[in-house]
Design a protein. Sequence first.
Length: 352
Amino acid sequence: MGRLINIPGQAGGDLPIISMNSTLLQALQVIEDCGSEIALVVEQERLAGVLTDGDIRRSLLGGRDLGTPVDQVMQTRFTAVPPEAGRPEVLDLMRAHHFRQIPILDPEGRLMGLHQLHDLIGATVRPNAAVIFCGGRGTRLLPLTAQYPKPMLPVAGRPILERIILHLVGYGFRRFFLAVHFMGEVIEQHFGDGAKFGCEIQYLREEAPLGTGGALSLLPADVGGGILVMNGDLVTQFDAPALMDCHSADGNRVTISAKSYAHEIPYGVMTTRGTEVVDLQEKPVIRKLVNAGIYVLDSDLRHRVPQGENYTIPRLIMDCLNRRERVGHFLMEEDWIDIGQPHELKKAMGML
């Protein structure tokens, strides 16, 4: 029989599952009910084959009827990904093979879910622009950055900047501005106008280094609404829509993404009063919220950034605070690594 089942934790909920003895008619019914364009043939919890609506049409044109068992038509060679596969990897597979769906399997071949293109690229296109700063020299990562600009360093076979762009495209962002300076031609050659990554990319070319905010003065006049601004050397799967929604809901002029950072002091720490010890804590842990290098800015704030001057986002934020304008923060729960230090780059490579 064909049926829809729900797998806990799977985005989209119901999956188009059929058994080996289902017919093409039952497969079509499941595909229609689920709107998935594909049926998943499962035997003893393991994925035995896949069947698309195109496979069914071709088999009917070839002389089979709707009562034909699916095991005579299904594809037993198919592409699948493990549960830990990230959005960039899945989108890359879909683009390379022109897939619209890819099953998710555990190491034993059990079906865990189904990636669908319309879920990955976002149900709606966001009007917000994204600005990514990519112009730093990355001197702390030499000799790696002698050949590549820092955002183009590969992590698990993919440039960090490509990971960022595909991640945001998956959340509906379509308009990107890349601020480039050092080895900017490498970035421009790789991404072009953005068409092959499902977006539009324009370049903010810095004649001299403009810091982590100066390139905002180069944005065209038609950029409005909240602007997502971030550094191009971050490895993270942050929830971009939630960050944008937080900015709007709280009425912020600036929203700073924040990450909880814990530091253990490797000694016993004393609290004293005069020469008297009143408390002793062994290796206490200090927790602070740190700036994660991802922001949402009201678009008119870019007019405060001086033309052609080295300028930083923290300086712009302090200007807002001095004017008593609301600056909020958004707590990131997801993994986050700034690869500016060699040990952090190694950590990112190990994480992925």
